[in-house]
Design a binder for this molecule. Structure first.
Ligand code: NYM
Length: 236
C-alpha cells in the first residue's frame, strides 16, 4: 500500500499600492477557494499593524504573529510615533517576514494554500522609494534572498493618481501622492527584474467583482502545483 505523495499548498502573493484593493481581494479569493474545497489561510505583512479596512475580517483570519516584536516596532514607525533609520526599519520589515517563513513552509507542506497580503516586493519598493542614496532597490532586495518564493504573484495594477482618487489615505507615513507614485514606478522596475516568476497583472481599476473574477481565473490554473517550493534569488 502506497500513500499518494501529498500535494503541497500554493503560495499566492497579492501586491500593489496602498488603496489598490488588496485586502478586500484577498478576502474574496480566500472565500472562493474555500468554497471550492481548498484548505486556505490568509496572512499579511507587516504583521501586527493597524488595519484600515476589513478590520473584523482581518482580525479573524490573519494568522501572522500579531504580537511579534518586529510587528510592534513597525506599527509605531508607520504611525509616526517613532523615528527609525531607513536601513534599520527596512531590515525589521524583512525580519517580520523571516519570523513567519518557517510557518509558511510547514503550512504549505501540510497542503495548506496561503494567500499573502504584501510580501518582499512591498518590502523592497517602499524602502527604495525613500531615495536614500545608500538604499538602492538592489540593497533593499538582498535580505529577501532565501525567503519562500511565491508560486503566483498577483499584482493589482493601478496608478497612484487613481488610488488617490479613491481617498481614504490614513495617517500612515507612506500614504502621500509623491511616495505612492515612486512606489508604483519601483514596482514596475522590480517586477521586470524578477525573471522566472509567475506574475499576473490584474487591472485594479475595475469594480471589485470584476477584479475578483480576474484574480480567481488567474489563480485556478495554479492550484495543482507539485513542483518544489523555490526561494528568492538575488536581483539580476
Ligand atoms: N510596507 C509593507 C513596507 O514599507 N515594507 C514592507 O515590507 C511591507 C510589507 O507598510 N504602506 C509598507 C507599505 C504600507 C505599510 O501596510 C502598511 P498595509 O498593507 O497598509 O497594512
Amino acid at each position: 500500500f502506497h500513500e499518494d505523495v501529498k500535494a503541497r499548498g500554493v503560495l499566492i502573493v497579492v501586491e500593489g499600492l496602498d488603496r489598490a484593493g488588496k485586502t478586500v481581494q484577498c478576502q474574496l479569493l480566500l472565500e472562493a477557494l474555500q468554497q471550492r474545497g481548498h484548505h486556505v489561510k490568509y496572512i499579511k505583512f507587516p504583521g501586527n499593524t493597524t488595519m484600515k479596512v476589513c478590520l473584523g475580517w482581518v482580525l479573524k483570519h490573519a494568522c501572522s504573529d500579531r504580537n511579534s516584536l518586529t510587528g510592534k516596532i513597525i506599527n509605531g514607525y508607520l504611525q509616526g510615533q517613532a523615528q527609525q533609520d531607513d536601513h534599520s526599519i527596512h531590515l525589521l520589515f524583512s525580519a517580520n517576514r523571516w519570523e513567519a517563513a518557517q510557518r509558511i513552509r510547514s503550512d504549505l507542506s501540510n497542503g495548506i494554500t496561503i494567500i499573502v497580503d504584501r510580501y518582499s516586493y512591498s518590502g523592497a519598493v517602499y524602502s527604495a522609494a525613500k531615495e536614500n542614496p545608500d538604499l538602492s532597490l538592489e540593497w533593499a532586495w538582498q535580505p529577501e534572498v532565501g525567503l519562500p518564493r511565491p508560486d503566483l504573484l498577483l499584482f493589482l495594477s493601478i496608478s497612484a493618481e487613481e488610488t488617490a482618487k479613491r481617498g481614504g489615505y490614513g495617517e500612515e507615513r507612506y500614504e502621500t501622492n509623491a511616495m505612492q507614485s515612486k512606489v508604483r514606478h519601483l514596482f514596475d522596475r522590480l517586477l521586470s527584474m524578477n525573471h522566472g516568476h509567475d506574475i499576473h497583472l490584474i487591472d485594479a481599476r475595475f469594480p471589485v467583482d470584476q477584479v475578483a473574477k480576474d484574480i480567481l481565473n488567474s489563480t485556478l490554473g495554479h492550484l495543482s502545483e507539485r513542483k518544489p517550493l523555490e526561494t528568492f534569488a538575488k536581483l539580476r
